[in-house]
Design a protein around this ligand. Structure first.
Ligand code: 5GP
Length: 158
């Protein structure tokens, strides 16, 4: 197990801000639960709205991975910000890119339902390992830190 503090996480997310500002997204899509706090940290500096989605691959009750991603909640496409995802540059935020399954699902879902003009993904940690999920070449990828394939313990899991 590897433990990370809120300070570690804040510094790692903040280190991504210059590159993300260059990409210049107009909306963040935060993948919850883990992506909510990293997205909120970015919002302080990016000053753009957050849309929340909730996706579940990992089952906390018995520490196993489910065969497929479960869509718990998607953002409100009729809302003022949600309706603007179409034809905009968007930034998808999650805490950890493990097998990449969740990110692939989220990217495909947002392309199919809302067709943004460009997509970037920002994760706090990218685990260095073979990935199950694939992201299209057109997606810009930002990782705060590349980490070994261990179990990361985040402060919100405490
Ligand atoms: P994926 O395998 O789809 O890339 O990641 C699925 C989800 O599993 C992540 O969003 C995260 O919630 C959870 N997960 C994967 N690896 C870790 C880890 O090392 N620590 C924690 N806390 N969650 C993880």
């Amino acid at each position: 197990k590897v433990y990370f503090s809120y300070v570690d996480i804040h510094e790692t997310m903040s280190s991504l801000v210059p590159q993300i500002l260059e990409f210049n997204p107009s909306v963040i899509i935060a993948i919850g639960g883990g992506g909510f706090i990293p997205a909120r940290i970015l919002r302080t500096e990016l000053k753009i709205p957050i849309l929340a989605v909730s996706l579940e691959l990992y089952d906390d009750t018995n520490n196993t991975t489910k065969p497929e991603v479960k869509k718990i909640q998607w953002f409100d496409e009729q809302s003022e910000v949600g309706s603007k995802v179409r034809n905009q540059k968007i930034l998808i935020v999650d805490e950890v890119d493990d097998t990449r399954t969740t990110l692939q699902y989220c990217v495909e879902e947002v392309i199919n339902t809302n067709n943004p003009s460009e997509i970037a993904v920002a994760v706090l940690h990218n685990k260095l390992k073979p990935k199950r999920g694939i992201l299209p070449d057109t997606v810009t990828y930002f990782s705060g830190a590349d980490v070994e394939d261990h179990w990361n313990c985040y402060p919100w899991d405490a």
